[in-house]
Design a binder for this molecule. Structure first.
Ligand SMILES: Nc1nc2c(c(=O)[nH]1)N[C@H]1C(S)=C(S)[C@@H](COP(=O)(O)OP(=O)(O)OC[C@H]3O[C@@H](n4cnc5c(=O)[nH]c(N)nc54)[C@H](O)[C@@H]3O)O[C@H]1N2
Ligand SMILES: Nc1nc2c(c(=O)[nH]1)N[C@H]1C(S)=C(S)[C@@H](COP(=O)(O)OP(=O)(O)OC[C@H]3O[C@@H](n4cnc5c(=O)[nH]c(N)nc54)[C@H](O)[C@@H]3O)O[C@H]1N2
Ligand SMILES: [Mo]
Length: 753
């Protein structure tokens, strides 16, 4: 039995050298998750890439040849592929310079610190002369930018959130905007040893803590919470929060001493709540019109919140939407008015339920990392602006107070990510991907992104290589020796870059003369804090437990002494009004939280034609698109299509039945899906998770035969401030699919020539 780490859990397994013959959850995991079943079943699937491939049109006609995404591929030897690639890299850097290379390479890749694909590709491109990078993430692209202005650095805050143990002990009321999803907290970047999705909720509930889950799906919170379910129109949480704040203000329930001592700008915000700035009082009746939640319930809720030790928590999904700043900022303002920030079990949280590490005690030690080197190029894009960049070189745009211009990209290099999973409006992305001269992708599988590349290099999976790793705020640091041989001719990203750097003449700089195994030893030795075992002992063992804090209360220090422990915001306090944001003058994100209508919501004009709000949330059965061909993910499909959930009433109104293959449509595209009827879905809402591999119809790239919601979502930024991804919410209509159900192409390898 060997222990192995994935982003979605730790497992123990037996291998015959070729494949894993038995996999079971790590014995220390109190709440094991079935996602680990995807690994072994996907390893030798026919969509594994067995050898390097070059797109035929590119091979025959050179860089820039049309046909990307349509052409067959030519299988080639490693020698040929790396010769062609090193020649092309040299050409692009010589002719166009490093600013013509996009190496942002966004994506989760795999657990395991040394072989972390983004670190590998960034180090390699830095040795070559640099690259255009990205900032922020698809996860939290809006909060990444907003938080430093109003509360402090996001990653620090997430990592130091009040621990779940403290909430279990002290909180009386949890109001969870976006729920506390047990499926999401199954995952932690870098890996999870012990899942804690349900235990703390049960403990809090047993002590008498009440949970209210605000969101479109009843099962966004674990059953153990026995929660009250409030289902406002999606995208209207900010209006609900503003009304709660208005009631606290009007009825003098707000904690004035707290606001005076720890916040700035409350009065400006209060003037807006009172209707002094726009003539509209943000009261409960006003919010009822927008959210659909009865005014009576809103009024009562404000009193319940003011009368208890209350945690206001906002899931990450709420900011992955048009004007996504507003529910986060309004949630913070509401928590500040309750005056419990810095108290055990009270205050504000962001993402309890969004990922496993939120509310886990902070780990004192970081783990060793592969150094990425220095990027000489300063040009960057906010990550979700990829299609804009490729389509509009030279065009000016605004971001977080900066005036920027998109670079002219000739070569795109991706390792460890899947833009045809993560980006919105995939037909538009496909047009954008037709622009560069050359696209290079390393992946283990024939994902939609590898199918839109020119040079495709097969990477190993974690079970096929030596590594080590630990998740964020996870104490277990594990050696991950290879469990099997690599599939086909797959190579580690490191080995690929090492050989390329040899051909390009900077092998010494990239490898420093070390093999992968030598790097592991070197990084470990350099890092090893006193008292921890030497490398050989670590490597032969089953993991070491790193020290973590006992418990923590977010901003307890700040509360105790705001002068000694100021926040990292410009004023050192919570900014309910931000002079900085206000000074940018963006009408789509003014200086304090406001209600702004999203472009696509159930109360807006677009809902006349497309009356269902599609929730494109994270999948239960996998991580993003990873291992979609694996057994657990496949077990959830309907006739091979991704399942869409709809309220029985909405299905009946359309003459649809459970198990039907349906077509989800809007002006940007359409996709097939298999219908599930479920009254856990709010009427007016449909839920289709992300993750099904994009399978475009050969005659219409905007029609996905498999069920990828990103053919429907808008490539629209959250706001000028943050330019974040807004994939979570989209308006659609659902129809019966007429005629034969087309076969899937994406579950087979692409055509070869
Ligand atoms: N509509 C909509 N879209 C969304 C979201 C949403 O809520 N709604 N959520 C967004 C969010 S939060 C995120 S984080 C993104 C996720 O988007 P991604 O992180 O891009 O998605 P993954 O499927 O994890 O892609 C990782 C890819 O890396 C490959 N890989 C794994 N290990 C290795 C390795 O060692 N080497 C190499 N070369 N490749 C490897 C995998 O096979 C996979 O193809 O999606 C975003 N997209
Ligand atoms: N199993 C699994 N877990 C994952 C991931 C995965 O792919 N699979 N991905 C991981 C990653 S990268 C990330 S960033 C996190 C993301 O964590 P989140 O962003 O929190 O996760 P989502 O599943 O996208 O959304 C959570 C819920 O928000 C609700 N919601 C959507 N819109 C609204 C709204 O307007 N108002 C309210 N109140 N609720 C709304 C939806 O019902 C949805 O189920 O998840 C992580 N965990
Ligand atoms: Mo994410």
């Amino acid at each position: 039995m060997a222990t192995h780490l994935t982003h979605w859990g730790t497992f123990e397994s037996v291998s015959d050298g070729e494949r894993l013959t038995a996999v079971r959850p790590w014995r220390g995991d109190p709440e094991p998750m079935p996602l680990i079943e995807n690994v072994a079943s996907a390893q030798h699937h026919r969509t594994r890439i067995a050898q390097p491939h070059v797109r035929k049109g590119w091979l025959d006609h050179g860089p820039g040849a049309p046909g990307r995404g349509d052409d067959p591929f030519v299988p080639v030897s490693w020698e040929t592929a790396l010769e062609l690639l090193s020649g092309e890299l040299r050409r692009v850097y010589d002719e166009h310079g490093a600013e013509a290379v996009y190496g942002g390479s966004y994506g989760w890749a795999s657990a395991g610190r040394f072989h972390h694909a983004q670190s590998q590709v960034h180090r390699f491109l830095n040795c070559l002369g640099g690259y255009v990078r990205h900032v922020n993430s698809y996860s939290m692209g809006t909060s990444n930018v907003l938080m430093p202005h109003i509360l402090g650095e996001l990653h620090w805050m997430i990592g130091h959130s009040t621990t779940k143990t403290v909430i279990a002990e002290h909180t009386e009321l949890v109001v969870a905007f976006g729920g506390l999803s047990p499926k999401n907290s199954a995952v932690t970047p870098g890996g999870v040893s012990r899942h804690h999705s349900r235990g703390w909720v049960s403990a809090a509930h047993a002590r008498g803590c009440r949970f209210i889950s605000v969101g479109p799906l009843r099962d966004d919170i674990t059953a153990e919470a026995d929660a009250e379910w409030l289902a406002p129109r999606p995208g209207t949480d900010a209006a609900l929060m503003l009304a709660l704040a208005q009631i606290l203000d009007a009825e003098e329930l707000a904690d004035k001493p707290f606001l005076d001592k720890y916040t700035v700008g409350f009065e400006r915000f209060a003037e807006y709540l009172r209707g002094r700035t726009d003539g509209v009082v943000k009261n409960a009746q006003w919010a009822e019109q927008i959210t659909g939640i009865p005014a009576e319930r809103i009024r009562a809720l404000a009193h319940e919140m003011a009368g208890a030790r209350t945690l206001v928590t906002v899931s990450w999904s709420l900011q992955r939407a048009h004007h996504g700043e507003q529910p986060v900022w309004a949630g913070l303002a509401l928590a500040a008015m309750l005056g419990q920030i810095g108290l055990p079990g009270g205050g504000f949280g962001h993402g309890y339920g969004s990922a496993g590490m939120v509310g886990e005690p902070a780990r004192g030690l970081s783990i060793p990392r592969f150094p990425q080197g220095h990027n000489r190029i300063e040009t960057f894009i906010p990550v979700a602006r990829i299609a804009d960049m490729l389509l509009e070189p030279g065009t000016p745009y605004e971001y977080n107070g900066l005036h920027l211009r998109y670079p002219d990209i000739r070569l795109v290099y991706w390792a460890g990510g899947n833009p045809f999973h993560h980006h919105q409006d995939l037909a538009r992305l496909r047009t954008a991907f037709a622009r560069p001269d050359t696209i290079v992708v390393h992946d283990a599988f024939w994902t939609a992104t590898t199918r839109h590349a020119d040079i495709v290099l097969p990477a190993t999976m974690t079970i096929e290589r030596d590594d080590f790793g630990a998740g964020e705020n996870d104490p277990l640091f594990v050696p991950m020796p290879a469990l099997t041989r690599p599939h086909g001719q797959a190579r580690d990203d490191y080995a690929i870059f090492a050989e390329l750097s040899e051909k390009l003449g900077f092998a010494k700089e990239f490898t420093e003369g070390r093999t992968a195994q030598e790097w592991l030893r070197h990084l470990y030795d350099e890092w090893r804090p006193e008292g921890l075992p030497d490398f050989d002992t670590f490597w032969a063992g089953e993991g070491i437990e790193l020290p973590v804090a006992a418990e923590q209360v977010l901003f307890a220090d700040f509360r105790a002494d705001p002068e000694q422990h100021p926040l990292t915001t410009p004023t050192g306090r919570i900014e309910i009004f931000s002079e900085t944001i206000d000074s940018f003058g963006y009408s789509d994100c003014p200086g304090h939280p406001v209600w702004l209508e999203p472009a696509e919501w159930l109360g807006g004009p677009a809902s006349q034609r497309f009356p269902l709000q599609l929730i494109a949330n994270q999948p239960r059965s996998k991580l993003h698109s990873q291992l979609d061909v694996g057994a657990h993910s496949q077990s959830t499909k309907i006739a091979g299509r991704e399942p869409v959930r709809l309220h029985p009433q909405d299905a009946a109104a359309r003459g649809l039945r459970a198990g039907d293959i349906v077509r989800i449509v809007n002006d940007r595209g359409s996709c097939l899906a298999g219908l599930i009827l479920d009254d856990a879905v709010r009427p007016g809402v449909a839920q289709l998770s992300t993750g099904a591999w994009y399978d475009p119809d050969p005659d219409d790239a905007s029609f996905c035969r498999h069920g990828n919601p990103n053919v429907l979502t808008a490539d629209r930024p959250s706001s000028t401030l943050s330019q974040g991804c807004t994939g979570q919410l989209t308006l659609v209509e659902i129809q019966a699919h007429r005629g034969e159900v087309p076969e899937l192409a994406v579950s087979r390898p692409p055509a070869t020539a």
